[in-house]
Ligand binder design. Structure first.
Ligand SMILES: *[C@@H]1O[C@H](CO)[C@@H](O)[C@H](O)[C@H]1NC(C)=O
Ligand SMILES: *[C@@H]1O[C@H](CO)[C@@H](O)[C@H](O)[C@H]1NC(C)=O
Ligand SMILES: *[C@@H]1O[C@H](CO)[C@@H](O)[C@H](O)[C@H]1NC(C)=O
Ligand SMILES: *[C@@H]1O[C@H](CO)[C@@H](O)[C@H](O)[C@H]1NC(C)=O
Ligand SMILES: *[C@@H]1O[C@H](CO)[C@@H](O)[C@H](O)[C@H]1NC(C)=O
Ligand SMILES: *[C@@H]1O[C@H](CO)[C@@H](O)[C@H](O)[C@H]1NC(C)=O
Ligand SMILES: *[C@@H]1O[C@H](CO)[C@@H](O)[C@H](O)[C@H]1NC(C)=O
Length: 921
């Protein structure tokens, strides 16, 4: 579970980083590029950490008006220790350089403790680094005994993480607890906040803990201190607030621009493409100056095992011409050579350099992850100088993102230092990458090293001339054979041979030549074919291995925890399904079969068996596991685990007995199952709630991408369970859309998404609108009308709604059971969902609220009063512990009350609450 959490967090961070690096909304220049007060004399370092404006230490050195960008360098930790750098709050420690031009993120660590007193059961730590900062994603380790920890966003009291720690063994020490941090004396929870919000961390003592605490004294410090530290990497982002009164536009440099967030609340500055540096200071952005033609170090090693590493590449600091060309010879006996790639997490990407070609400007890189097709080397802090070439791992490279003209202006930085070298441009399909060097024609060598381009003696190659060859600097010329000799093509020299010989020689020469040519082409063809086959096999093998690794991280194999996703053995599943007996098949999806199975512990499960092991399918499978292991919601089908032993992956779910909404709505025979209007409303509201949860409740948004009535399953009580996450995408919460391949099902596909490929939450809203229309009209999404026309239900509905009164459109059963007002409400809601321009349509939250409203009106006769006591067990997950925090007016109770107000109706209120209080895991 923890590995899973960590892994997903890492993925999320990686994603955020990549998203950050990609282009966003370009803001127009919002103000006056006034001059900055001189920053001369401002401190730029604290210990071994460096930083730059807008951050700074001391008056005039950081950006006003808030002090968010002020840093504190604390030297008073003792002479032996490095000074430590803190943000303005004095408690958030900066642990890495702050590079305003490269990223708007800071690596930080946070650590606080409070001492525990017997008479106090609730404690509070707040972490609010400042108005211009947001806590992006952190794991908080908390040590203490018999406490629940809740991580809430400050002010809005939105709970984002929670965990619980108990100490069954009274002799436990702090160090012991920290070791595993598994709930025994220590536990881990997620935290993140929006801009300027910060986190409140609350601790509430368990009831049992209280007894124990009073009974004992004089134990290890873990009993009387609560400690919170950030685990591993913690990341804070900063940005400039737009509405800040009296501030100037922050992007001061020429060739810089601001990029606004989706709601125009903040922006960050970037140097324009092709420029690098600090956009927040005057003239901070400049053209690429990263290339240093002089090798600073002598005695540089130039081999990694059998791979040659010529300048401008190098294996050590000072041996290469720039950061992008520094390689790491991780194992010289195996010739393992790697780039210091921007992906510093080797689990996600490892590249292996096979060879470097100077004259062709090529480098051959093999990647160890399955998306190799689209990867190119990118070294953090350097411009992208490598061109990924589609399906091939051969990459072109450039030495600097300058035009040849620009490069030649600055002689001291010009890379083509050898005499007889020329400058060439390197382009990718999309853009200009930079320049590289090459020895001029007739010369050979390394153009990046002074005087290394040497003349090629063409005359050494036999057959250059039909006569006598004369080499010159950079070329050659030919003269005829001396008078009494002729050129003999077999020995490629001038000889005094007889004419007959010559004719014969030519004849033999030509036929032998042709023969050899034929042979060679056959061999080449054969070798190519062989190579292709081997490559394919190897790739497949690697591919599977890697997937397996990734999966094992995602899925904890911890069998103790019953609610954890589990890895099942094949024999277990074979037994459960009677060797995948065809009679056990309960469904056939686009991706595979679904079997009903009974596990040894009598649990009834649905086992999804993927059809073929195509790359796409595998990623869908991984995707489904990743998504489902992240969510825990009453109306989302529960994933018990998966099986990795088979060639085709298997997924094990909770079995949902009543089939899909589609099956019931469009049953051809009357199976006895009839959906009442009450159940329709219930299913719609629940499914909407589940989608809303996916869109917003987890730390990443999850877009389902394949919402349809087939994917809404129903259990015995007509409780909706949203399923099939094969197409879903995790999207960072501040990201409004991603561009993807079109996926989905015809009839449900949002036309806007279909046309633009821009996936956003409204695509799910659209598809859900189609489901609502299905419920109202009881027609299939693509149906044949009375006149024999095949029609798209959403178009039909929108059209008919304009033409006719609703009563003539909706199904007779609906007309009989529902009131006019309800039909109106639901139809209007469906209509807004189907709006062509998604941004005008409602969010899933609005849809859910509207449906809940319709339901609660219908059920008005049986309102219930929400009492706090009803909620506590649901929130704590502990049996009957009281949570003092909940009874206070501020605190979690607030958010629960808000949730309950809109959910007030008479069926299963508790479960509704549980659903709205369920946290991302
Ligand atoms: C920008 O600021 C400078 C100095 O503060 C001022 O002279 C100039 O008029 C301003 N320009 C604009 C367009 O506001
Ligand atoms: C520096 O750290 C010491 C002890 O860690 C603390 O007492 C002091 O207040 C800090 N100084 C500043 C300026 O924060
Ligand atoms: C957690 O770790 C401790 C050791 O620190 C161990 O004794 C305990 O059994 C572990 N608990 C679980 C649930 O794994
Ligand atoms: C926090 O806990 C995790 C295990 O959940 C552990 O790997 C990590 O080292 C801990 N971090 C700190 C700073 O104690
Ligand atoms: C954000 O501001 C830009 C111009 O500064 C404007 O074009 C855009 O519509 C705004 N977006 C929102 C969501 O307010
Ligand atoms: C290189 O600079 C040019 C501007 O001359 C820019 O258009 C291009 O996007 C830059 N390429 C990269 C890879 O940064
Ligand atoms: C080179 O690789 C080794 C082994 O993976 C690693 O320990 C070392 O930190 C790497 N060096 C650099 C500069 O990244």
């Amino acid at each position: 579970m923890k590995t899973r959490l960590l892994c997903l967090l890492a993925l999320l961070l990686l994603w955020t980083a990549m998203v950050r690096a990609s282009a966003g909304v370009q803001g127009s220049q919002a103000g006056n590029r006034s001059a900055l007060p001189s920053l001369a004399g401002c401190q730029k370092n604290c210990g071994n950490l460096s930083f730059d404006y807008p951050f700074g230490i001391g008056a005039g050195c950081f950006r006003l008006p808030q002090r968010d960008f002020e840093l504190i360098c604390n030297n008073t930790h003792g002479a032996s220790q490095q000074p430590r750098l803190f943000l303005h709050d004095g408690i958030t420690e900066v642990v890495n350089d702050i590079r305003p031009g490269d990223t708007s993120g800071i690596d930080v660590s946070f650590s606080q403790s409070v001492s525990v007193r017997p008479e106090v059961d609730a404690y509070n730590i707040s972490w609010n680094p400042g108005r211009s900062l947001s806590i992006d994603g952190v794991l908080l380790n908390f040590t203490g005994c018999d406490f629940n920890m809740y991580v809430l966003q400050h002010d809005i009291n939105k709970m984002v993480g929670q965990c619980s720690s108990t100490c069954p063994d009274e002799d436990i020490t702090d160090t012991m607890a920290r070791q595993d941090c598994n709930g025994t004396g220590c536990c881990t929870a997620v935290g993140y906040s929006e801009f300027g919000v910060g986190l409140d961390i609350k601790f509430v003592r368990h009831k049992i803990g209280k007894r124990k605490f009073q009974a004992q004294s004089n134990r290890s410090s873990i009993w009387d201190t609560i400690n919170v530290v950030t685990s591993h990497q913690a990341y804070i982002s900063w940005a400039i607030a737009v509405d800040e009164p009296g501030t100037d536009y922050a992007c001061l440099s020429n060739h810089s621009s601001g990029r606004f967030d989706s709601s125009n609340v903040t922006y960050v500055c970037y140097c324009d493409r092709g420029y690098r540096g600090n956009p927040y200071i005057t003239n901070g952005c400049s053209r690429d100056k990263g290339y240093h033609p002089i090798q600073r170090k002598t005695n540089c090693s130039r081999w990694c095992g059998e791979i040659s590493v010529p300048f401008p590449f190098g294996l050590e600091d000072g041996c290469s011409a720039r950061m992008s060309f520094q390689l790491n010879c991780t194992n010289s006996s195996l010739s393992t050579l790697q780039f210091l790639d921007g992906f510093d997490d080797t689990e996600y990407s490892s590249n292996y350099v096979q060879y470097i070609n100077i004259s062709g400007g090529l480098v051959n890189v093999k990647y160890n992850i399955y998306e190799a097709e689209s990867l190119s080397v990118h070294v953090f802090q350097d411009p992208g100088l490598y061109v990924a070439s589609g399906g091939v791992v051969l990459q072109q490279w450039a030495v600097a993102n300058l035009t040849c003209h620009e490069a030649q202006q600055n002689k001291s930085g010009y890379a083509c230092v050898s005499m007889n070298s020329i400058c060439l441009s390197v382009n990718s399909e999309q853009e200009y990458i930079g320049y590289r060097c090459k020895c001029s024609a007739g010369f050979d060598g390394n153009p990046y090293i002074a005087d290394d381009c040497n003349d090629v003696d063409e005359c050494k190659t036999p057959g250059t001339c039909y006569g006598i060859c004369h080499n010159t600097e950079g070329g050659h010329y030919c003269t005829e054979c001396p008078s009494d000799t002729v050129y003999d093509t077999t020995i490629k020299m001038c000889t005094s041979a007889k004419k007959q010989n010559l004719v014969l020689g030519i004849a033999i020469g030509i036929s032998v030549g042709f023969g050899i040519l034929l042979l060679i082409s056959i061999i080449i063809l054969f070798v190519r074919r062989c190579k292709k086959g081997i490559k394919k096999k190897l790739r497949r093998k690697h591919f599977r291995q890697n997937q397996g690794l990734l999966l094992e991280q995602l899925v904890s194999s911890d069998e103790n925890a019953s609610d954890n996703t589990k890895i099942f053995s094949l024999s277990e599943l074979e037994k459960a399904t009677n060797n995948f007996d065809p009679t056990r098949i309960v469904g056939r999806g686009g991706h595979g079969m679904v079997y009903k199975g009974i596990l040894s512990d009598q649990r009834v499960v649905a086992i999804k068996k993927y059809k073929v092991i195509e790359q796409v399918e595998i990623s869908q499978f991984i995707n489904e596991v990743a998504v489902l292991s992240q969510v825990n919601h009453r109306n989302i089908v529960k994933l018990f685990g998966c099986c990795l032993e088979t060639e085709v992956p298997l997924l094990v779910y909770d079995f949902i007995p009543n089939g899909s909404l589609f099956g019931i709505l469009h049953a051809t025979t009357t199976s006895g199952l009839v959906l009442s209007w009450d159940n329709c409303l219930k299913i719609a509201a629940e499914a909407a709630g589940a989608l809303y949860y996916l869109h917003s409740a987890a730390s990443v948004s999850i877009f389902h991408r394949d919402v349809k009535s087939t994917n809404i399953l129903l259990d015995g009580n007509y409780t909706a369970k949203v399923s099939d996450f094969g197409a879903s995408r995790l999207v960072p919460i501040d990201q409004t859309h991603v561009i993807t391949n079109i996926q989905g099902t015809f009839g449900y596909l949002d036309p806007e998404y279909y046309h633009t490929g821009m996936l956003n939450e409204k695509s799910d809203v659209y598809s859900f609108g189609v489901v609502l229309v299905e419920l109202l009209l009881r027609k299939k999404p693509i149906f044949t009308s009375d006149s024999g026309l095949t029609q798209n239900l959403s178009n039909y509905f929108l059209w008919e709604m304009r033409e006719k009164p609703l009563a003539e459109i909706v199904a007779t059963q609906v007309l009989e059971e529902a009131t006019n007002e309800e039909i109106n409400d639901v139809a209007n809601l469906a209509q807004t969902c189907l709006q062509l321009r998604g941004e005008e349509g409602p969010t899933m939250k609005e849809v859910e609220m509207k449906l809940q409203y319709v339901r609660s009106k219908r059920l008005r006769s049986c309102q219930v009063v929400v009492r706090n006591e009803d909620m506590q067990p649901l929130l704590s997950g502990q049996s009957q512990d009281t949570l003092p925090m909940l009874t206070t007016p501020s605190g979690i109770a607030d958010s629960v009350n808000i949730a309950s107000q809109r959910n007030q109706n008479c069926y299963s209120l508790e479960q509704e609450l549980m659903a709205s209080a369920t946290l991302p895991r």
